[in-house]
Design a binder for this molecule. Sequence first.
Ligand code: PLP
Length: 375
Amino acid sequence: MKLFDVYPINNINIVKGKGSLVWDDKGQEYLDLYGGHAVISIGHTHPHYVKRLEDQLHKIGFYSNSIEIPLQTELAEKLGKVSGKEDYQLFLCNSGAEANENALKLASFANGRKKIIAFSKSFHGRTSLAVSVTDNPNIVAPVNQNSNVIFLPFNDVSALKSVFEDEGEEICAVIIEGIQGVGGIRVASDEFLQAIRSLCDDNGAYFIADSIQCGYGRSGKFYSHDFAGVNADIYPMAKGIGNGFPMGAISISPKLKPWHGMLGTTFGGNHLACAAGLAVLEVMEEENFMENAAKVGDYLISELKKFDKVREVRGRGLMIGIELPEELSHIKKDLLFKEHIFTGEAKPNVIRLLPALNLSMTHADRFLESFAKLL
Ligand SMILES: Cc1ncc(COP(=O)(O)O)c(C=O)c1O
């Protein structure tokens, strides 16, 4: 059988990783500022993570949600504490799209409504409902087209107000990334997030804060939406939650009361997944990774703003977008093949930095030097 390549691939075979470094099968070292797409939150092969997973595997790796799994309660308590949402409930699943799918379904079950507001350049995943609130017609199959979705311009308070004025009683939920990832690292303004909160409150709609890429400490706060000083009703999470172990989750406000049968999963919250999730939070807390993300992120952003060839630098913490002019669009490939540094991208010419939250100043400087040299 021939393999289907999920994405166009680089001809590199990574076989080993440690912290923010990875090595290929020829022994070449790379600096990883991509984290396999914002997934590696606490660095590759962190010793505590490896040990916790290994110990758990020797005990039991999986059993279904038909029995007590105390590790789930432990994870919920820890996540409640670290995220500052101790009165929320946790539902565990397996990926980001699945988390958004469940968040949207839960909101619709709760208020019995159908219309969803999403924003231009949003990305929320590839499953049926998640893709229908994603602003990219190329990945929406005819069967996923959904006339209940209203796309509005990002950060436009008056457009949002006017839709709520016209059809507020029909709006089920508003879904928004605190910092758009695939859309090119665009930060939702505090004013916009505050308007979403109050319009949802006034109209009985739910506020879904997609934190799959911008959450889990990456912005320097646990949820990037926290910068606006408002609470959302549902926080979908994935990526960094398991540091590479496939996991998704939604944190559900006490306002919502899911009942048995509304949400379900076979694999979600299994023993091994919970061990991975706990290891991530334990390391994040003990080693102050959120503070590090804020500090190293601020440093990188302010240094990057000094390059006059760079069109714009956007982001917060260790979620950074560097917009380059067309004639410098080769820089991303040069970083990888000449300087051996992995970065992400967003179309058309944005380099995305999504490193592990414990990126050191030394590694940040190594990137800045390489970037300066290539420019
Ligand atoms: C903001 C956002 N939401 C949802 C998803 C979908 O997550 P997954 O690929 O785990 O289904 C992604 C993935 O890139 C994302 O960036």
